[in-house]
Design a protein. Structure first.
Length: 217
């Protein structure tokens, strides 16, 4: 054999070479294209976030109604005794359910309860269970009696107005006290103490502060 036939070649042949694309200059996206892509992604994420929030909100409703169904099987007098043991006054229970205090007194004595009122009473017991077990709120009765966002409104006021699910969203920390009041009592600022004002905090959420602090910031 001759040297020419035994020497291995490192040069690619037409049969073994791979044709790779030749790029003289790296491809670059224009700022307009990048902005459009980012905008589309942001919109998609925003829609997805809204969908997830809606699914979770719906699941909270289903959970509360399921627990209400279970509580409604119990005798109204037992439900009232449980609420009393948890620190609820008869006045608060009557306000939330939407009846008079004498009516609550009659229920305690075993008198019949209308179906709608029985379910409202059961929902209150179910709500207390959800707030305590799932949202780690100790002493739910006093938590519901606290003023919201330095206003005169409390959780009991909102329950009396039927804003049960918004209150659960607040307990789950998905909305703040200001947004809760905006949803439940749109005109709540009309009763706000002049010493306070609503402002946009650093995290983008609305909050309450003393007016004297506004100038200092």
């Amino acid at each position: 054999m001759t040297e020419s036939t035994t020497q291995l070649t490192t040069e690619p042949t037409s049969a073994t070479s791979v044709n790779t694309p030749h790029i003289d200059q790296p491809t670059r996206l224009s700022p307009d294209v990048v902005a459009n892509i980012a905008g589309t992604l942001r919109s998609d994420v925003g829609v997805l976030s809204q969908d997830v929030a809606q699914v979770h909100s719906d699941s909270l409703r289903i959970q509360l109604e399921s627990r209400t169904d279970e509580a409604a099987k119990r005798a109204p007098a037992d439900l009232l005794s449980e609420l009393a043991d948890l620190g609820f006054s008869w006045t608060s229970i009557a306000r939330i359910v939407g009846v008079s205090i004498p009516a609550v007194r009659k229920w305690r004595q075993g008198e019949a309860v209308a179906g709608q009122n029985r379910r409202r009473l059961a929902r209150l017991v179910a709500l207390v269970g959800v707030l305590a077990s799932d949202h780690l709120i100790s002493d739910v009765a006093s938590w519901l009696d606290m003023p919201l966002a330095e206003s005169s409104f409390t959780g009991i006021d909102l329950l009396a107005a039927g804003q049960v699910h918004d209150l659960v969203e607040y307990a789950a920390e998905h909305i703040g006290s200001v947004e809760l009041l905006d949803r439940a009592v749109p005109a709540w600022r009309d009763s706000l103490d002049d010493r306070f004002e609503v402002y946009r905090a650093g995290d983008g959420e609305r909050a309450i502060r003393m007016r004297t602090e506004a100038g200092a910031g």
